[in-house]
Design a protein around this ligand. Structure first.
Ligand code: SF4
Ligand code: SF4
Length: 380
């Protein structure tokens, strides 16, 4: 099996304000390119695109290719589950949405302290194991954004788990909140095959600061995205790297890179550690645009969108009028769009955030950064 998985969490949209409006025509093209290049691993989940990702998978893959020509990974949404009675209907709905009789890979989605209501007192692990015995699941594993200690306990308590999905990329490798390296080491200690998610940190590692990109380009003229994918693909024990591609161009670029990937060298790792230093000195908020926080906000603030603009503004790092600041101003004028100053600091979003971002605290600085006279706001 080739190592690039098609992550279907950030699919192209026909209406950028409607997560469910997935662009099936473009997705079909992406799937065709991907399959023609010899890849066949599709990753979806119950909440992606409010359910439209699983349906898109059915339409673009299941209804267009023989079942034995691809593999599907889906996930049990622990964070939506509070009682045993929900398990069977959700699983059946997933099979139906995807149009399949079984899942090749099935994961308990984000096993962590925040999703415990879904598996402490609820038999989610037992349920999934039962489905495996019935042949509805071929391989059972879990994804997680928890820390290394928590993960080790889960692995010890659940020897039935066959693989693990972890957030690993060069920027998070030594990050104290994410603990990529420590989590990776735990997985290796228990010999669990590793699926990597967020190898580009939600696209963040595609557009790195100019100074960092220069270091890479001067060394071998390869794009930052190639460096990031090479880094994770070179780790031992990794059986799949999920790339959350969002359009046909990204798909073509990723295929080209993954088809020609070489092992990372020691010299390249040294350059990456310098790049990490540069990014860390400039990055402001490590949001991966996973959208998990969106539904929790009583003020309907599009948190990842504001954070994306904020990071861009900080990287540009000047006091002049910028395109991003202009976008923020225009956005604020549209009826029903909430902005940073609408945040009431309730903290409901924080417990949803796998990156452990103190969202209300950052919102204060987003407000300070954009809501100023330079961008047409009257009060700072
Ligand atoms: S803290 Fe702010 S951004 Fe977070 S949920 Fe509350 S109002 Fe929304
Ligand atoms: S703030 Fe956190 S939960 Fe929200 S999109 Fe960013 S990383 Fe995801």
């Amino acid at each position: 099996m080739k190592k690039m998985g098609f992550g279907m969490m950030r699919l192209p949209l026909t209406d950028k304000n409607d997560l469910k409006s997935v662009d099936l025509k473009q997705i079909n093209e992406m799937v065709d390119k991907y399959m023609q290049a010899g890849f066949n691993y599709f990753d979806t989940a119950y909440p992606y695109h409010d359910g439209a990702s699983e349906v898109a998978l059915r339409k673009a893959v299941v209804e267009r290719y023989p079942r034995d020509s691809f593999v599907i990974a889906d996930k049990l949404p622990l964070f939506l589950i509070t009682e045993n009675e929900q398990l069977e209907p959700i699983f059946q709905e997933q099979l139906e949405r995807c149009g399949v009789e079984y899942f090749d890979y099935y994961l308990l989605h984000n096993v962590s302290a925040f999703s415990e209501a879904g598996f402490v007192g609820v038999n989610s692990f037992e349920f999934a194991l039962e489905k495996k015995k019935e042949g509805k699941i071929k391989h059972l594993g879990f994804s997680t954004h928890a820390n290394a200690e928590y993960i080790e306990n889960i692995i010890k308590e659940h020897p039935e788990l066959e693989f693990i999905q972890l957030q690993i990329n060069y920027l998070d490798w030594e990050n104290d909140a994410i603990e990529s390296k420590k989590c990776y080491e735990v997985a290796r200690k228990y010999d669990l095959p590793i699926l990597i998610m967020e190898p580009l940190k939600g696209g963040f590692l595609v557009n790195i600061p100019e100074e960092a990109e220069k270091l890479m380009k001067e060394y071998n003229d390869e794009e930052p995205v190639t460096w990031a994918l090479k880094y994770v693909s070179s780790l031992d024990g990794v059986f799949m790297v999920l790339n959350g591609v969002s359009n046909i161009e990204q798909m073509e670029q990723n295929i080209q890179i993954m088809d020609n990937l070489e092992e990372i060298t020691d010299e390249e790792i040294e350059i990456i550690s310098k790049v990490v230093g540069i990014i860390n000195s400039q990055i402001t908020v490590p949001c991966t645009k996973c959208n998990y926080c969106l539904s929790s906000c009583p003020k309907n603030i599009n948190i990842p969108k504001l954070f994306d603009w904020y990071n861009n503004e900080k990287i540009e790092n000047n006091e002049e009028f910028t395109a991003v600041g202009n976008a923020y101003r225009n956005y604020s004028k549209i009826e029903n769009n909430s902005i940073a100053s609408d945040c009431i600091a309730c903290g409901l979003c924080v417990k949803e955030c796998p990156q452990h971002i103190d969202i209300p605290e950052v919102m204060k600085d987003v407000k300070k950064t954009f809501e100023k006279p330079l961008y047409g706001f009257t009060k700072e």
